[in-house]
Design a protein around this ligand. Structure first.
Ligand code: DQA
Length: 147
């Protein structure tokens, strides 16, 4: 299986950015953990982070026919980007939405996810472990479909 782990705007600042909300770990430290869990599960993972919406849309499109699933933390795009949502919907592979923080207990504008309706599911509030939970859940889902 091939899985893309995608991170949107400001997530390159993890570790520096509001550590009380998002934790002390850098994105590359999180990616290292996800990579090693991927190795254990025998899945190939490709990582990508961008602060540019069009670049994320291009990366999502490139998953079409090349990857079996997407794990994405769309950052603030979650709450308003119909273009990111439509790109995820277009590739028609399973999507798992991840947020480090529990968006549902934060400011009202974070309670809405325009991505959630096109996702298999959403994991929010578990910090960096959310990416590992997403990977486990997505791999199980993909394996159950192929058997
Ligand atoms: C986030 C939550 C979003 O509301 C915020 O804009 C982010 C990070 C999270 O991981 O908790 O950039 O997606």
């Amino acid at each position: 299986l091939r899985i893309a782990v995608l991170n949107g705007p400001n997530l390159n600042m993890l570790g520096i950015r509001e550590p009380g909300v998002y934790g002390n770990e850098s994105l590359s430290a999180i990616e290292t953990q996800v990579k090693s869990r991927g190795d254990e599960l025998g899945v190939q993972i490709s990582f990508f982070q961008t602060n540019h919406e069009g670049d994320m849309i291009d990366r999502i499109h490139s998953a079409y026919c090349n990857e079996d699933g997407i794990i994405i933390n769309p950052g603030a795009w979650t709450h308003y980007s119909y273009a990111i949502r439509d790109a995820l919907s277009a590739v028609s592979i399973p999507i798992v939405e991840v947020h480090l923080s529990n968006i549902h207990k934060r400011e009202a504008f974070r309670h809405v996810s325009v991505v959630a309706p096109v996702a298999l599911g959403q994991i929010a509030g578990f910090g960096a472990s959310g990416y590992l939970m997403a990977l486990d859940g997505l791999v199980r889902k993909l394996q159950s479909e192929s058997s």
